[in-house]
Design a protein around this ligand. Structure first.
Ligand SMILES: NC(=O)c1ccc[n+]([C@@H]2O[C@H](COP(=O)([O-])OP(=O)(O)OC[C@H]3O[C@@H](n4cnc5c(N)ncnc54)[C@H](OP(=O)(O)O)[C@@H]3O)[C@@H](O)[C@H]2O)c1
Length: 342
């Protein structure tokens, strides 16, 4: 029976303890992260570091940050930083996270946590040894709408979920870093990680994985479609591409009802639960962009640090490592080799 949806349990982002953030890799996502923190939280972004002092100063000027460094190491050593947000390309996540951890800093690393499960495990192990927080900024998991989806799933409202269908396809021009093989380009780590993470969260670690790929050109994969089966026997049917724009929807289909998230499913926005009778209930939220949601992952980290926890309870490191293990298997099956592992 379809009743009203539970309320989101996500606390007010402004109530989170204030941490002093340092940003490394002042690119596209870093700017949205800095603006999201400024607009929606009491977190302080105290420093930014680039491989070039000019770029760090330009970013600091645009986003109102006091201190700009011309090397990442200077930021890791700064006494004015509690936690480092790693916003470099995937290939650099492991080395940046390990560099910050070695200086005793907490780390929140953009998705994916590393290039592969082994690199992610290195980060998790180093953080545990150093007694600092480490987390993957898989921002979708921290959005209020996904907290409500968690409640819907645990309430049994959908019945037994036998089918998960999700896609993330976005058309990129050939000048974008996603076309660069030396930066582990291709859709898998930028876009595919969202659909694999969703399936992993809903169905748990897969029992079987099968995948097919389609090259974008003679250098790089452009598209992957995957079928995962869960221990329960449930199926996840997933696809990701960087050569075309797809609906970017997600459907969690149960024996009692179907939960449908319109595209883009990984951003703030509404979803609907519809019973087989046709009765439905909608989570009503205005569609939003990264700037409207990145801060939820940040304040989750701040709360964990203030509580003395070394990882998120919403998105534990095991989920980030487990998702990467699935991505590793997909790559093996499709024949994608990353030329670099740093
Ligand atoms: N959550 C989301 O919605 C979302 C959206 C987009 C991207 N991301 C993630 O965020 C990460 C960064 O993506 P982005 O789109 O922001 O990338 P970007 O615009 O290219 O920015 C990355 C920055 O990293 C620095 N960098 C360090 N080593 C580099 C290298 N070897 N090559 C190029 N740049 C290097 C560069 O800054 P300096 O040279 O100035 O230091 C660059 O500005 C990726 O892992 C991606 O998956 C997340």
């Amino acid at each position: 029976m379809i009743t009203a949806l539970p309320a989101a349990r996500v606390p007010d982002p402004r109530d989170a303890p204030t941490m002093r953030w340092g940003i490394v890799g002042p690119g596209w996502i870093a700017e949205r992260f800095a603006r999201s923190l400024r607009r929606f939280t009491d977190q302080q972004v105290t420093a930014v570091a680039s491989r070039s002092l000019d770029r760090a100063q330009a970013f600091a000027g645009r986003t109102g940050i006091d201190t700009a460094y011309g090397s990442y190491d200077e930021l890791y050593a700064s006494d004015a930083v509690d936690i480092v947000y790693v916003a470099t390309p995937h290939t650099e996540h492991r080395s940046c996270a390990l560099g910050a951890i070695a200086r005793g800093k907490h780390v929140l690393v953009e998705k994916p946590l590393a290039l592969d499960a082994a690199g992610a495990t290195d980060i998790a192990d180093a953080a545990a040894r150093a007694g600092v927080f480490a987390g993957e900024a898989m921002w979708t998991r921290f959005l209020p709408k996904f907290d409500v989806i968690d409640s819907v799933l645990s309430s049994g409202m959908l019945g037994r979920v036998d089918t998960v269908i999700a896609d993330h396809g976005e058309h990129f021009g050939p000048d974008h870093r996603i076309f660069d093989p030396t930066l582990a380009g291709g859709p898998l780590l930028d876009l595919g990680t969202y659909v694999i993470s969703l399936a992993y969260t809903v169905l748990g670690p897969p029992a079987t994985v099968s995948a097919v790929g389609l090259p974008a050109n003679d250098e790089i994969n452009g598209q992957i479609s995957a079928l995962l089966t869960a221990e329960s026997g449930a199926h996840a049917v997933l696809t990701t591409t960087m050569t075309s724009t797809t609906p970017t929807t997600a459907s969690l289909c149960g024996t009692e009802a179907t939960l449908h998230v319109p595209g883009p499913f990984f951003m703030p926005g509404p979803f609907t639960v519809t019973a087989h009778s046709g009765a439905s209930v909608t989570y009503d939220e205005a569609p939003g962009l990264q700037v409207d949601g990145l801060h939820y992952a940040a304040v989750d980290a701040s709360r964990a640090i203030a509580d003395g926890r070394l990882q998120s309870s919403v998105h534990p490191l095991a989920d980030a490592v487990g998702t990467l293990a699935v991505l590793d298997e997909l790559r093996t099956q499709v024949g994608i080799e990353f030329p670099v592992s740093r």
